[in-house]
Write a protein that binds this ligand. Structure first.
Ligand code: ADP
Ligand code: MG
Ligand code: MG
Ligand code: MG
Length: 736
């Protein structure tokens, strides 16, 4: 999760006098940076995913968090470094810290590129990452890609810690890097209380509890997700892509649903999003529009900390920003902006749509400042203050300007899709990653758009939370895909038609597969796109397998990870139909998720026909063809002579085998001769009943030899020369 900085983080009290400086200079830094990179273009498509993992310790009786994220990450990064030291471009993974001290995040060491071949690299790379993670675990540890640890908060600490002040989780669950503790404490301090996270419980026959109540950031930021970042050609394309991903985000959330358990209870929601929103909600009571909230505020905070702000800093996208002419008409949601920031941006040549996006980031305060890193920074080159706000505005899509510093000018304008929930297997994680890449290529290549009023996107975000939304949910969607600003298709079905802008409710299956004769569906479009670019057959086949998986999730033919976990709990012998996921059930579920992830247990209800080839730690790292130095000549001689002996034996074996074959052939000849003699001596035994007398046999000896070679010529069977060779077994099935 985002930017790490060295140094001592300031407490909220210490930070308060500097907040305005950081906000103001964050805006100025953005303006400088924007002007510098406004015109850069990067024709090559690059994209990369992020996968988050939880580390858990299994024992016979249960499962617990394993708070070894930092240690495991250090081991993993050291091993990557070792690999890269030998061959610089050889590393496969970058390991990142995450909020929870039991978590790690992985990305490919280099992003994937825009060749079709790379679509197949995604899963291979993800599998390597999992194998490497396995290799860094201790006995009894597992690292499944589950969204949440099902028992988080079930084992209350003896006393609340200073950072989270939680009655449910100790501060030890927070990543030990000082930024994370400060973030946790400062969110609480700004808000004026602990965060208050509620999720509806799934009501079963004997459920006796109300809402699931949680009181710490870890309940949200401890959730694992799958994110994908795309590099765009230029700033204009990045703004268009941002808008399209904003619409796609809720549907991808529903399709990847994988979070049905919170704090040891079955939730009535299938996804994590709403929990994270609440878990980092730093708004003051006045900003949350609570009745009777203090209206005086504090001059040092953004908008004095009293102006209502409609959402948490973790939330869905609020406004479209494409400059292509159509975005503005879909912006029907109020967006709070910092007036000073908006004014600065627009008076420095940033257009109103983009200014609105950026000025919205600045209605929040920076949460963590580091000592010596405030007024000391040079706004002409640094972007730290902008990044401070940017990296703690956690939205469904993030628009990422080119980074400053070491990768300056190497990386272009990027956009990140942030809603997807992590899947149990890399097959699924790759399928969703590849699908998103291809949907974007379709939209860009065919110049289509999926715009709808932003208020409808927000409704979709809510709808994505419902149980089984992937199969039973209804989502607003465009009836027609039209070119931005292009002519309207004839309206068919749908409602609210404005210049061909009709939107209607569709299921995920319809959004993916098409509806009626008027909406083609994303999956057919993807397949048409692959055809039209002449995709190589191997990759096209793989993509078909991926889209079938995703369609299967939508039609209900396959389960989402959420449904899979719900059914696992419901059918567990220890489940008492009371919504409680006991330690025993949680243990078995975690183990199952791990086993499915590494291909040790099949999960056809989740994956269909696809079998995950086992992932084992032994295959984690490449073995180098390196130079070897023997400690002593004796050792080398012993090894050499053992191989010389082996070579001698190999040769000897060949000679013996040849001799055996020769002897066998001679034996076969002798046996034939024997049979021929027997046939003369004992014609009945040889099936030659007609030959009844020795004299006649002698006279007919010529005929007999013909009969032997053509035994069926007179309707009699000749004895076979040798026993029939055993029928060869059918060849073994090649491994998948
Ligand atoms: P963050 O946590 O800020 O979203 P990460 O560094 O964890 O960022 O992940 C960024 C993702 O973007 C990685 O998968 C990485 O491979 C990918 N990426 C890196 N460079 C580019 C690029 N030029 N274009 C697109 N994606 C990139
Ligand atoms: Mg992350
Ligand atoms: Mg990341
Ligand atoms: Mg990210």
């Amino acid at each position: 999760m985002g930017v790490l900085t060295v140094g001592r983080p300031l407490s909220w009290e210490e930070a308060l006098p500097h907040l305005r400086y950081v906000r103001d200079h964050g805006v100025l830094q953005f303006i400088n940076h924007y002007r510098k990179y406004e015109h850069i273009t990067k024709d090559a498509l690059y994209y990369g995913d992020e996968i988050e993992y939880g580390l858990f310790a299994l024992s016979a009786g249960g499962v617990a968090l394993s708070l070894r994220g930092a240690a495991v990450r250090a081991t993993l990064n050291a091993r990557e470094l070792e690999e890269r030291r030998a061959i610089p471009e050889s590393g496969k993974v970058t390991w990142h810290p995450e909020y929870g001290s039991w978590m790690v995040e992985s990305t490919p060491a280099v992003p994937y590129s825009g060749f079709t071949d790379d679509l197949r690299r995604v899963e291979t790379n993800m599998r390597s990452r999992r194998a490497r993670l396995l290799a860094a675990l201790e006995d009894g540890e597992v690292a499944p890609t589950m969204v949440v640890f099902p028992l988080l908060g079930c084992d209350p600490p003896p006393a609340p810690g200073p950072a989270a002040n939680s009655r449910l989780v100790p501060d030890a669950v927070i990543n030990p890097h000082p930024r994370f503790g400060a973030l946790t404490a400062n969110i609480r301090a700004r808000r004026g209380s602990n965060v208050d996270v509620r999720s509806p419980v799934f009501r079963d026959e004997k459920t006796a509890v109300g809402d699931i109540a949680m009181d710490a950031m870890a309940f949200g930021m401890g959730c694992c997700c799958l994110q994908v970042t795309f590099q765009c050609r230029d700033v204009d394309e990045s703004r268009h892509v941002y808008d399209q991903l904003a619409v796609l985000a809720p549907v991808m959330l529903a399709l990847t649903a994988a979070c049905p358990i919170l704090k040891g209870l079955l939730s009535d929601h299938d996804v994590r999003w709403n929990v994270i929103e609440q878990s980092v909600d730093c708004r003051t009571p006045a900003e949350r529009s609570e009745p009777g909230a203090d209206a005086a505020g504090d001059d040092r905070m953004a908008n004095r900390g009293v102006k209502p702000v409609g959402s948490s800093r973790y939330s869905g996208v609020k406004s479209y920003m494409s400059a292509r002419g159509t975005a503005a008409r879909y912006n029907d949601v109020d967006v709070e902006v910092d007036p000073w920031a908006f004014e600065q941006l627009t008076s420095n040549g940033v257009d109103a749509l983009l200014a609105r996006h950026v000025a919205h980031l600045f209605v929040r305060d920076p949460l963590v400042l580091f000592e010596g890193m405030v007024e000391e920074l040079d706004d002409a080159v640094a972007t730290d203050h902008f990044e401070n706000l940017q990296s703690t505005n956690w939205n469904s899509v993030r628009w990422k300007p080119p980074p400053a510093g070491k990768n300056e000018a190497k990386i272009g304008w990027r956009v990140e899709l942030r809603t997807m929930e992590v899947q149990l297997t890399d097959f699924e994680n790759a399928a969703f990653t590849v699908f998103c890449v291809l949907v974007l290529r379709v939209l860009l290549s065919f110049d289509l758009n999926i715009y709808m009023p932003m208020s409808k996107v927000h409704e979709n975000m809510k709808a994505a939370h419902a149980r089984d939304a992937a199969t039973t949910g209804q989502f607003w969607w465009r009836s027609h895909l039209v070119r931005p600003g292009g002519a309207a298709c004839p309206a068919a079905g749908g409602n609210g038609d404005v210049d061909g802008d009709s939107v209607e409710k569709m299921s995920c299956a319809e959004i993916l597969g098409g509806k009626g004769g008027y909406y083609p569906g994303l999956v057919p479009l993807v397949l048409v796109y692959l055809d039209s670019i002449g995709c190589d057959p191997g990759t096209a086949e793989r993509v078909k397998v991926y889209v079938d998986l995703i369609l299967g999730r939508a039609t209900g033919e396959l389960k989402t990870a959420a449904r899979y976990a719900r059914d696992f709990v419901a059918t567990h012998p220890a489940y008492a139909r009371d919504s409680v996921v006991s330690p025993a059930i949680a243990r078995d579920l975690v183990k199952r998720c791990h086993d499915v992830g590494v291909g040790a247990v099949a999960a056809p209800e989740l994956l269909g026909d696809h079998a995950v080839a086992p992932i084992v730690k032994e295959d984690a790292y490449n073995v180098q063809l390196s130079r070897v130095h023997f400690a002593s000549d004796v050792g080398l001689c012993v090894l050499l002579s053992s191989y010389a002996e082996r070579a001698r034996l190999v040769q000897k074996r060949k000679d013996v085998a040849r001799a055996v074959a020769g002897q066998k052939a001679r034996l076969a000849e002798l046996e034939d001769e024997l049979k021929a003699i027997d046939a003369i001596l004992e014609p009945a035994a040889a099936g030659l009943a007609k030959v009844s007398s020795l004299g006649r046999m002698r006279a007919d000896s010529e005929t007999i030899s013909v009969a032997l070679s053509d035994g069926n010529s007179d309707g009699e069977q000749a004895a076979p020369d040798a026993p029939a060779a055993p029928k060869p077994a059918s060849p073994p099935t090649p491994p998948l």
